[in-house]
Design a binder for this molecule. Structure first.
Ligand code: PBG
Length: 325
């Protein structure tokens, strides 16, 4: 394989040759689109920390869902902003809660679209933590029951898949048992298995109004320097019944995606989180890079690392770009 006998540039001569030997492809079916649902009617307000993303009221979802489906995107993941927050995050598992209503509306309007729900309490609790607070701490085991009934309420509303993002120990098993007991054996769990305590969630917390009122999430989300711990988390979630494993964030954790892809024979999802999206948008606004090209490169990199699909705020825009290309 020595130069000048081998010249890598031969296969880069033109676009047809480059396409012929391209190892990774990106298509709309690789993307899942996150949506933020808010109370009210006829609401479609741009989220300041996420340019091009909107707070949407339930009545806006059928229209948005149809467009997403027409673009070839297979699914969405729903986040809700409740009208009322309390200590126990009651609206998270209220049959008339914001996400439950959103799921019903979307499934009725666009039944083909996969509707996933984020299962967590942080958007619904007045303290902003992902579980119940007991004696000043996020109590693991007391939180499990609430997460389980939240997942069941989403399934009852018609969700196709539930995605726990709280990082409590044992939540996949608690959710699996609760779903099965209610007759939802067929509803898969997409587990945020390796979810790191990341500053890249900043813009999301503004969008979802879910920043913790005190402290931080370091006692339940993972410590960024650790990779063996991620593999233990994944092992546990698979033992507990997870169907798909997620790594989050994506770009600063590509090594984790690759290791999970190589070591476990389960589908792998990656979440290109709010901060990853926002920093590309921000740099583009300053004229420092081309947002579309940078986004395509970031997403194809996440796929190349081993993700089967990617949750991304850029999903519709990228689907449109791919259609044109
Ligand atoms: C809820 C949740 C968060 C994200 C997804 N689900 C926020 C957090 O854990 O603080 C982050 C998504 C993003 O930044 O795009 N726990």
């Amino acid at each position: 394989m020595n130069y000048p006998l081998y010249r890598p540039r031969r296969l880069r001569t033109n676009e047809a040759l480059r396409k012929l030997v391209r190892e990774t492809s990106l298509c709309p079916e690789d993307l899942i689109y996150p949506l933020f649902v808010v109370p009210g009617r006829d609401v479609q307000e741009e989220i300041s920390s996420l340019p091009g993303q909107f707070h949407l009221s339930v009545d806006k979802l059928p229209g948005v869902g149809r467009k997403i489906h027409e673009l070839g995107i297979l699914g969405v993941i729903l986040f809700g902003l409740p009208s009322r927050k309390d200590e126990r995050g009651s609206e998270a598992y209220d049959p008339q809660g914001i996400v439950q209503r959103a799921v019903r509306e979307l499934k009725e309007a666009v039944p083909e679209l996969i509707v996933m729900t984020d299962v967590c309490l942080c958007e619904y609790t007045d303290h902003g933590h992902c579980g119940l607070i007991v004696n000043g701490n996020v109590d693991n085991d007391a939180s499990l029951e609430l997460l389980a009934i939240t997942a069941v309420s989403h399934a009852k509303a018609g969700a196709d898949m539930v995605a726990p993002s709280d990082m409590m120990d044992g939540r996949v098993s608690a959710i699996r048992k609760a779903l099965d007991a209610e007759g939802f054996q067929g509803i898969p769990i997409l587990s945020y298995a390796a979810k790191y305590c990341s500053s890249f969630y900043g813009p999301f917390r503004e969008a979802a109004q879910s920043a913790p009122r005190f402290g931080d999430r370091r006692s339940y989300q993972m410590d960024p320097p650790n990779w063996r711990e991620a593999l233990r988390e994944v092992t546990l979630d698979i033992q507990e019944g997870a169907d798909i494993i997620m790594v989050k964030p994506a770009m600063p954790y590509l090594d984790i995606i690759t290791r999970v892809r190589e070591q476990f024979h389960y589908p792998v999802a990656a979440y290109q989180v709010s901060g990853e999206f926002a920093m590309i948008q921000a740099a583009a606004r300053l004229g420092w890079l081309d947002a579309q090209k940078a986004m395509l490169e970031a997403l194809v990199g996440i796929k190349r690392a081993g993700a089967d699909f990617i949750l991304s705020y850029a999903a519709p825009e990228v689907a449109r770009l791919l259609e044109e290309a």
